[in-house]
Structures are given as structure tokens and as C-alpha cells.
Design a binder for this molecule. Structure first.
Ligand SMILES: N[C@@H](CCC(=O)N[C@@H](CS)C(=O)NCC(=O)O)C(=O)O
Length: 251
């Protein structure tokens, strides 16, 4: 029986960020997946805040921020190398924070704006592993759930304007040109993990903790940007980082 529990909204890219770090550090954990709205109750009940992921440790302690979960993996495992290596740890953390506050909310707001008009896509890919009662609630409450999710994802000033995501991708590409091959120099860090995990909202990679919608089910106007961003130098970087550093979720 795994010792730790990870409370998630399964499709969430911040939850993917945490899953990736835990998988990378070979932490034995059980994921407990919940539908948006229901997640508040489960996150709070274990001692977290208003959002997922929340990692619950064997001693009952709860860690309710993805960045703190990444820090915790560095504390329990030195293999395959720290996510916040000295002497660049503060630069790594600043880059992570920048991405958490820009790409994370803006990419998510855009993705939901594209997908929420399509209940069949949201239902087929947003409910993986959530309890049967929450699946039924999704069916019954979808009309109310859409506006609730829109309100939540735009609460922090996030924009559905995809140009904000292009802006972050351009800046990442410029940083890689100046300092590469990784975001903070010559080694993989929490900054790269965060960029690649949060990019999933706009790149929809195959290697992810749950199955994301494949290209042939995406609304055509969404697919145009997904393809363009995959071809962007920063999008290519994210896909390379996923291929080389994200352990296969079931492996
Ligand atoms: N700063 C937080 C952000 C996490 C976050 O925004 N989680 C989203 C999932 S993508 C969430 O739980 N949203 C539900 C809500 O805000 O009601 C972290 O990095 O852990």
C-alpha cells in the first residue's frame, strides 16, 4: 500500500507537475482524483488549501503547492539529481514562479475556453479515475460546471488570449538561445519540469499522467494553435524535455 496520497484534478497541469516530480523521485504514492468543485472538499479535508495538487505524507502532513511538492522530492531523493541544484537554486525557483504565475493560468484559461463548449470532449478526457458519483454529477451539472470553471480559471487575472502564451514561449526560446540547453543552464531543473508540465495545456502531449484529447477530436480552431505551438522552438524544447525527463506514468 503506498504511503503517500496525491489529491488531484486529473487533467490539471499543476497536478501533472507534481506527479512528474514524484514519479521522477520514485516516490510510492496513490493518486486520488476528483472532479472540479468536489476537489475543494477533498483538498481541505486533508489539510490543503483551495487548489490541487495536495500531497498527503504518511505522517498526515499536507503539502498544498506544487512548488513545495517539488522541493519535498529533493529532500527525500537525490536521484536522478536535484531539481533545485546549488548554486542556481534561487534562479531556478524564480523561473518556476514566473511560469506558475503566467503560462500556468493563461494556458489553462485558453484551453478551457476551447474545450468547455464541447461536453463530449470534457467528459471523455476530464473524468479519468474520478469516483462514479462525481461522474454522475458531471452529467447532471455540466451546464453549471462550465461557468464555475470559467470563473475559477480567470479569477487570478488569467487571460483566454492565446497571445499571452506565445509571449511566454518567445521568452523561453530567447532564454534557451542565451543560456541553454536548459532554462537555467546546462542541467535539467524544476524550471524545465515546470515549463514542460504547464505547457501541456496547449501542447497536449501523449506522455502525461492521464490521456489528453488527441488531435482528431480537438476543435479545428484550437488545433491550429496547438500545432503552431508544438512547432515553436519553446514547444519543441518542452516535447524534448518530456521525452527525455518525464518517466512514463505507468512505467
Ligand atoms: N499555485 C498552485 C496552483 C494550483 C492550481 O491552480 N490548481 C488548480 C488545478 S489546475 C486548481 O485546483 N483549481 C481549482 C480551483 O481553483 O478551484 C500550485 O502550484 O499548486
Amino acid at each position: 500500500m503506498p504511503d503517500a496520497r496525491l489529491i488531484t484534478i486529473p487533467i490539471s497541469h499543476y497536478c501533472e507537475k507534481a506527479r512528474w516530480a514524484l514519479d521522477r523521485a520514485r516516490v510510492d504514492y496513490r493518486e486520488e482524483r476528483h472532479l472540479q468543485l468536489f476537489h475543494h472538499w477533498y483538498a481541505k479535508r486533508v489539510g490543503g488549501g483551495f487548489t490541487t495538487p495536495v500531497l498527503v505524507l504518511p505522517d498526515g502532513r499536507a503539502i498544498g503547492q506544487s512548488s513545495e511538492i517539488l522541493r519535498w522530492t529533493d529532500a527525500v531523493s537525490t536521484s536522478p539529481g536535484p531539481l533545485y541544484p546549488e548554486p542556481i537554486a534561487s534562479r531556478v525557483a524564480a523561473t518556476e514562479r514566473w511560469l506558475d504565475l503566467t503560462l500556468g493560468p493563461d494556458g489553462r484559461a485558453w484551453m478551457y475556453e476551447q474545450v468547455l463548449p464541447h461536453k463530449e470532449i470534457a467528459g471523455a478526457y476530464g473524468l479519468d479515475g474520478v469516483p462514479p458519483l462525481e461522474r454522475r454529477a458531471f452529467d447532471l451539472m455540466f451546464k453549471a460546471l462550465g461557468p464555475y470553471i470559467r470563473a475559477r480559471v480567470s479569477a487570478s487575472g488569467a487571460s483566454t488570449d492565446i497571445s499571452r502564451v506565445y509571449g511566454v514561449f518567445d521568452e523561453v526560446a530567447a532564454r534557451l538561445d542565451a543560456d541553454g540547453p536548459y532554462l537555467c543552464g546546462d542541467q535539467f531543473t524544476a524550471a524545465d519540469l515546470t515549463f514542460a508540465a504547464l505547457s501541456a495545456a496547449v501542447l497536449l502531449p501523449r506522455r502525461y499522467g492521464v490521456t489528453l484529447p488527441p488531435d482528431d477530436v480537438l476543435p479545428p480552431e484550437m488545433l491550429v494553435h496547438v500545432r503552431r505551438l508544438r512547432e515553436h522552438p519553446a514547444g519543441r524544447f518542452a516535447q524534448r524535455v518530456i521525452g527525455e525527463h518525464r518517466p512514463p506514468p505507468d512505467g
